[in-house]
Ligand binder design. Structure first.
Ligand code: ADP
Ligand code: MG
Length: 262
């Protein structure tokens, strides 16, 4: 079942410096239960697509062309009340894509809380303490109050591992939930490794256009577009793409969750 259809969408933003074309003739579709990643460098138009699906673009945005259909409704023409109902009933947005590295300006506890809580996981002090104990940190309460520079190198490394674990587990929660609910997931991401693991389809954006759209197992191993190749080249070499990608080609479901990076 087709859940979302975007047809030839062009979006401009009015700025003090003039008009910025954010999307330039985008075609996109999502079927019930699909797990789709939209990837592409910062500014390529990922968030604009995500927001446009819920007709949630700011007033400075202009839909210069195109049509967006969600669950059979033409969202750009839908009266306010019905639009709000559609957002409530069909769409769900998850607004963070926290990065699993230590920020020198914030206490460890605050950073863990941001990563775990930002994605909807249990970020209570007890849960964060448990997380640190799993990477063999003996006095988690003390470490949670520290800034990164107040930790030894080895300790900081363990905390970084804990952050990565937390992030992975929360992703697991989201995708498990989507699976149970039969939800479609459209994930706006920079993290190709995680995308390879969680999504069966990848859409690559470049300067407001879709430059590639296909099975993750294909796009991430044998990209057709030079831009996709350059995205993959930027990945750490430890990723064994062939193995990672094939292991996780997954089946499909409905609804929708979008994770936006900031
Ligand atoms: N509110 C806005 N006002 C003006 N320009 C914007 C706004 N939001 C995004 N843009 C511009 O639109 C383009 C696409 O941005 P965006 O959709 O945020 O890309 P991404 O999510 O891939 O980083 C960029 O050139 C960006 O600067
Ligand atoms: Mg964005």
């Amino acid at each position: 079942m087709r859940l979302i259809t975007i047809d030839n969408l062009t979006v401009d933003y009015a700025t003090t410096g003039g008009v910025v074309r954010a999307l330039d003739g985008v075609d996109f579709d999502a079927s019930a239960g699909e797990r789709i990643a939209i990837v592409g460098e910062s500014g390529s138009g990922k968030s604009t697509i995500g927001s446009a699906i819920g007709s949630l673009l700011p007033a400075t945005a202009r839909y210069a062309s195109g049509h967006i259909e969600v669950d059979g409704c033409s969202v750009l023409e839908l009266p306010g009340r019905e639009l709000r109902q559609l957002r409530r009933d069909v769409l769900g947005y998850i607004p963070q894509d926290p990065i699993a590295t230590l920020d020198p300006t914030k206490r460890i506890g605050k950073q863990l809380k941001f990563v775990v809580g930002g994605l909807g996981g249990d970020s209570s002090p007890a849960a964060l303490g448990d997380l640190l104990e799993r990477v063999r940190i003996r006095d988690p309460e003390r470490v949670l109050r520290r800034f990164p520079h107040e930790l030894s190198g080895g300790m900081a490394q363990r905390v970084a591992v804990a952050l990565a674990i937390a992030r992975r587990e929360v992703l697991q929660l989201i995708f498990d939930f989507a699976d149970e609910a039969g939800a479609t997931v459209i994930w706006l991401s920079h993290d190709l490794e995680a995308v390879a693991k969680w999504c069966e389809r990848v859409v690559v954006m470049y300067r407001g256009r879709v430059v590639e759209d296909g099975l993750a197992a294909t796009v991430l191993t044998t990209p057709k577009h030079p831009y996709t190749q350059s995205l993959l080249d930027a990945l750490p070499s430890r990723l064994d793409r062939n193995v990672e990608v094939r292991t996780y080609t997954q089946r499909i479901r409905i609804g929708e969750i979008t994770e936006q990076e900031t």
